[in-house]
Design a protein around this ligand. Structure first.
Ligand code: FMN
Length: 192
């Protein structure tokens, strides 16, 4: 059976990561992606990329509107393997932490928590305020994976794309999805 992954795109900075994730999900076999974008995400896509919202939507297997509260992913009884929100804004973090589900992305995330399914939050803000940190700590206690889009250098990235691929692949690993592009640390000699 195909894995069903819900992808949420909110209005934080990081649209190239959302694009990369959707492309990777399209390339791996046996995965069905279900996409929901917030209104703010649609704006940020325009600010951060040369792509159109429809280009993002074309990469997903199933698309939903943010106001579509009767959609399948609005119910916990619709079985999925989990959800990734990339990029995840601090407003969306606050909405999930508060159980305030006034759009479909938030409702889908709320369902992940209540059904105890995997919820990966690729958060983006800098610096984090105490409010952001408190909300993220609480969501971690609820079982979500807080995976900020952090830079890594041990993989020797040569481009921004390398960095994006690395962090997105790491998030997909949480669902046992191997993109074949994740440079794993294989160990090197050295002591401290
Ligand atoms: C270009 C741009 C970049 C933004 N980057 C961030 C960000 O990195 N983190 C964040 O929390 N909000 C960011 N925002 C603000 C959010 O878009 C805003 O809070 C919005 O209400 C989030 O709504 P949503 O969570 O429903 O998508 C950004 C907005 C714009 C226009």
């Amino acid at each position: 059976m195909k894995k069903k992954i819900v992808v949420g795109i909110s209005g934080a900075s990081g649209m190239p990561a959302a694009w990369c994730l959707l492309r990777m999900l399209k390339e791996v076999p046996d995965v069905e992606s279900h996409l929901v974008l917030t209104k703010a995400a649609e704006l940020t896509i325009g600010y951060e990329t040369e792509k159109r919202v429809e280009d993002f939507r074309a990469l997903a297997d199933v698309n939903y509107d943010a106001g579509e509260m009767g959609a399948a992913i609005a119910s916990g009884s619709f079985h999925t393997d989990g959800m990734i929100i990339v990029p995840c804004s601090m407003k969306t973090i606050a909405g999930i932490a508060g159980g305030y589900t006034d759009n479909l992305l938030l409702r889908a995330a709320d369902c992940m928590i209540k059904e105890r399914r995997r919820l990966v939050l690729m958060v983006r803000e800098c610096p984090f305020s105490r409010i952001h940190l408190r909300n993220m700590e609480f969501l971690a206690e609820c079982g979500a994976d807080i995976m900020p889009m952090m830079m890594t250098f041990y993989n020797r990235p040569e481009s921004i794309e390398d960095m994006v691929v690395h962090v997105v692949s790491k998030a997909l690993e949480r669902f046992q999805i191997d993109t074949g592009r994740y440079k794993r640390w294989a160990g090197k000699k050295g002591e401290v």
